[in-house]
Write a protein that binds this ligand. Structure first.
Ligand code: IMP
Ligand code: MG
Length: 185
């Protein structure tokens, strides 16, 4: 599978070297646990899960299928990285959410938190719309990357400060289609 995707990347002219950090099985196991925990915490609350595009689309799709409660979904799109491995720090809202979050339980679904700027940006943005509760789940948290104060309510995996790709996460918009999380060297 990986070999096939590596050759796809060669076709795309990406000369990337990467090594597996979190396997497909470990992702599946941990996301099931997160789904169970979130289902317990939100019992009878019908939360709106808001996925942060593009990176969170695969995590979001897998996470909601592990929920045993009613939920709704929506998406926002923000951008900060451009085609670089380091965040520009300048976050832009590219697609706003469509749902009415006033009085609702909102759970924002992120792929990875690094500097924390995106989480802070989203927290300020959603708070203005007066949700009944506002929580954040991130599949990954980069240890030691924080440059602003931020809090996550659920974290899949804590990882070292390395650039990761796959399972929705990109480098210059590519490599999102790898099935596991890989470190880009
Ligand atoms: P932050 O605002 O610095 O916390 O960065 C958060 C966003 O940057 C994430 O939602 C990702 O889209 C992107 N990002 C951060 N680290 C990585 C990485 O290692 N690989 C791919 N994207 C990343
Ligand atoms: Mg993201």
């Amino acid at each position: 599978m990986l070999d096939k995707k590596k050759s796809d990347c060669q076709k795309l002219n990406i000369k990337a070297k990467y090594r597996e950090l979190i396997s497909e099985q470990d992702l599946k196991r941990r996301i099931k646990e997160l789904g169970e925990e979130i289902s317990r915490d939100y019992e009878s609350k019908c939360p709106i899960l808001i996925g942060v595009l593009n990176g969170a689309f695969i995590f979001m799709a897998d996470l909601i299928r592990e929920l045993t409660i009613d939920c709704e979904v929506d998406f926002v799109k923000i951008s900060s990285y451009g085609n670089k491995k380091v965040s520009s720090g300048n976050i832009k809202l590219i697609k706003d959410f469509d749902c009415d979050v006033d009085g609702r339980h909102v759970l924002v679904v992120e792929d990875i938190a690094d500097s924390g700027r995106s989480i802070r940006f989203l927290e300020e943005m959603f708070s203005e719309s007066k949700p009944k509760s506002l929580k954040f789940v991130s599949l990954l948290l980069k240890e030691g990357g924080a440059v602003v104060d931020f809090e996550l309510d659920y974290v899949g995996f804590r990882i070292e400060n390395e650039f990761v790709i796959g399972y929705g996460l990109d480098y210059a918009q590519k490599l999102r289609n790898l099935s596991s999380i890989q470190v880009l060297d």
